[in-house]
Structure formats: C-alpha cells, structure tokens
Ligand binder design. Structure first.
Ligand SMILES: Cc1cc2nc3c(=O)[nH]c(=O)nc-3n(C[C@H](O)[C@H](O)[C@H](O)COP(=O)(O)OP(=O)(O)OC[C@H]3O[C@@H](n4cnc5c(N)ncnc54)[C@H](O)[C@@H]3O)c2cc1C
Length: 346
C-alpha cells in the first residue's frame, strides 16, 4: 500500500477533470485493498474507490475526499477442459488486456467488448457491455468485501442483480470487488454468435454468425475508433467517459410518440425498447461538436452521446453541458436522460 502525495484526480481519469483529493492510497494486493476500505469505513470519512478512471467525473474541489486506487494485478486459471475455461482476474487488471489475451488464446465470450477502457474490477459495477455482449453473460462469481457483513466473501453473479448498464453495486450495494471469475468458451477459434448487427453487417455475414475471434476484435476496434470510443492520445474525441448517458428503456407503446425514423433496439422483454440517446440528443437540436458559449466542454465531433474535454475544461463545465442536454431532451422528448458515469462531488 503506497500513500502518495495526492496528484489532481484529472491525471487519473479519462475525462481529465477533478481536483486534488485529501489523500490517495494505491493498493497493489487484494489484502491491501480490503484493509484500506475497512479503514475508510472505520474512519467514517468520505472516500471513493477508483481504478482506471474511465467512468468517473470528479468535481473541481475534491479536497475533502479520500481516494483508494485499485492497482491489483494477476490472473489465475481455475479450471480448463476442451469446451471452456474458468479464470479469476484481479480487480486492477486492464479489461482490454484481458480481452486481447482471450482472443489470442481462442477463448470466446468477451471479444465484442474489445477496446472498452478501465479495469476488470469495475466491469460488474455497471455491467459493462458493447456490441451485443455484457460481462454478466460470462461472470460466474466475484470475491467481494461486503460492507453489510464486513467480510470478504465469494458471491455468485446473481447476488449483483445485473441488468442493462446496472447492478446492485451501482444501486447502492457497498463494498469492493477483489477478483472477478469469468467462464469463457472454446469454440475452435470462433466467437459466440454475434448479437450485433453492426458487426455482422460490417463483414457481410448474417446476424448471429460466429466469426473468427480476431476478426471480431479488429472490427470492434475499427468501429469504436471511428466514434472516438477507444482512448487514444492522438484522438481529441476520446477525452471522455465514453457514453455520457445510458440509452433510455421505455415501454414499446411509447414508440408511437416518436417519428418512425427514430433509432431503437428491441429488448429481451418484448414490452420494452431501448431508445438511442444519441438520436434523442441530435434531434433535440444539439449537434455533434456543440459547446456552450465560452465552455471547453463539448459534444464529441464523432458521437452525439459523448461529452469531451476539449482541453482544460473544468468539471463544472462538463456537468453544465450535461445538464443543458438533459433539459433540452426532456423539453423536446419528455425523456430524462440518466448519466452513465459516476459523478463525484457535485
Ligand atoms: C472512450 C470510452 C469508451 C467507453 N465505452 C464503454 C462501453 O462501450 N461500454 C461500457 O459499459 N462502458 C464504456 N465506457 C465506460 C468505462 O470504460 C467502463 O465503465 C469501465 O468499466 C470503467 O472502468 P474503470 O476501471 O475506469 O472505472 P472507474 O472510473 O475507476 O470506476 C467506475 C466505478 O466503479 C467503481 N469501482 C472501480 N473499481 C472497483 C472495485 N474493484 N470494486 C468496487 N467498485 C469499483 C468506482 O468506485 C466507480 O464507482 C467507456 C469509457 C470511455 C472513456
């Protein structure tokens, strides 16, 4: 456990905003992480767990906040046979390095989630997903320090109540993820059936096809890069938290209130549909590249759903733009957009 003199949180987040915290503790083992969190609970002071910082927006004044940085590393193969592999991955490991490793070694189930920044331990928090896959489809169990019991326990996936970009962890379950166990499949170098029309159309294959794992990864990285959704120093449109709002889920009946050309996706429960938040924003009169007068926060040039820091924006500017978008979309479409990133200190 290293106590560093706190650097501004802007340096630890992909949105590049946030002031200097009161303290910063870097934990390199699960035991250090659990100890730091238990200490923080005992001290009864505000604290925040931070890993890759790609889904967190800190306020400009964070001088009262203690930050616990998850920097644990390690992967352990629990079991393997001809059809699948069970692997436990420490929370601080890079998610995309895990995906890349799985693809190289012929393990299927996470290939369409290539290029998502951040850590393995944060993936259960919002049930990370993309291009038709979600981590809840492959998580079997999680080692978790639970505030309710003050114990480190191995919890089954069902304990976390995963749903679209949501889980009990996002909804108030307090604790810290130590490791996540995934079940990946061996399908002869092929992917699981692709549940993303964007991927299958891109390669000219029917929806639901199994494609070579490396091809899926390459296509997803290409599609994501074209939208500024891969963090790259040379892409100013990737200085963001990815999508700033979740796609709203509404009853199918509500579709009658929208123009026929609006974008939406069917849900497993046929009574509901998921609307495109990007479409709602652009069709509320807020174009890509938009910014408020004098502000250094803007909508990405490549994707209406991403708010970016164009260089030196304050956290206040980011949140002002988010509120403006929420108000315009509510006024035009009667829909409340819910922010996807964790907004801390606002
Ligand atoms: C360009 C870009 C594209 C993105 N695309 C996607 C996408 O396609 N799909 C998607 O779902 N997300 C996407 N995201 C959001 C983000 O990458 C994911 O949410 C990711 O899982 C966040 O990981 P992190 O380690 O950076 O989390 P952080 O921002 O560090 O933390 C996020 C939350 O998780 C909590 N947390 C972190 N680690 C732990 C732990 N070990 N135990 C308990 N709580 C913990 C934190 O307290 C915080 O509440 C994107 C972000 C960017 C910048």
């Amino acid at each position: 456990m290293t106590l560093s003199s706190p650097i501004p949180l802007a340096e630890l987040t992909t949105m590049k905003v946030g002031g200097r915290p009161k303290s910063l503790v870097r934990c390199e083992s699960a035991s250090e992480l659990y100890e730091a969190v238990i200490d923080a609970w005992d001290q009864d002071e505000p604290f925040q767990i931070l890993a890759g910082g790609s889904n967190t927006v800190f306020a400009d004044d964070m001088s009262e906040l203690n930050v616990i940085l998850v920097a644990t590393q390690g992967r352990e193969i629990v079991s393997e046979d001809e059809s699948e592999i069970l692997i436990r991955v420490q929370a601080g490991e890079s998610w995309d390095e895990l995906v890349s490793w799985a693809v190289e070694n012929g393990y299927a189930g996470i290939e369409a989630m290539s290029g998502i920044p951040g850590s393995v331990g944060a993936t259960p928090v919002q049930n990370v997903g993309g291009y038709g896959q979600e981590v809840s489809q492959v998580i079997t169990q999680i080692e978790f320090l639970d505030r309710a019991s003050n114990l480190v326990e191995i919890k089954p996936a069902a304990f976390f109540e995963f749903s679209y970009r949501d889980s009990a962890l996002k909804g108030g379950l307090e604790g810290v993820v130590g490791w996540v166990e995934f079940r990946l499949r061996k399908l002869g170098g092929l992917s699981v059936p692709m549940a993303s029309g964007q991927i299958t159309e891109h390669v000219g294959a029917p929806y639901g096809s199994q494609l070579p794992l490396q091809q899926v990864r390459d296509v997803v990285l290409e599609l994501r890069s074209s939208k500024g959704m891969v963090v790259k120093p040379e892409d100013p449109n990737s200085v963001s938290c990815g999508s700033f709002f979740t796609n709203p889920v509404v009853s199918r009946q509500k579709l009658t209130e929208f123009p026929e050309d609006m974008n939406f996706w069917s849900m497993p429960d046929d009574d509901y549909v998921k609307l495109s938040a990007g479409w709602l924003i652009e069709n509320a009169g807020i174009p890509k590249g938009f910014s408020l007068p004098g502000s250094k926060a803007a909508i990405s040039q490549k994707h209406a759903l991403a708010i970016i820091n164009t260089g030196g924006a304050s956290a206040t500017e980011i949140v002002e733009l988010a509120r403006f978008i929420q108000e315009r979309v509510a006024a035009r479409w009667g829909i409340n957009l819910i922010p996807e990133p964790n907004l801390i200190g606002f």
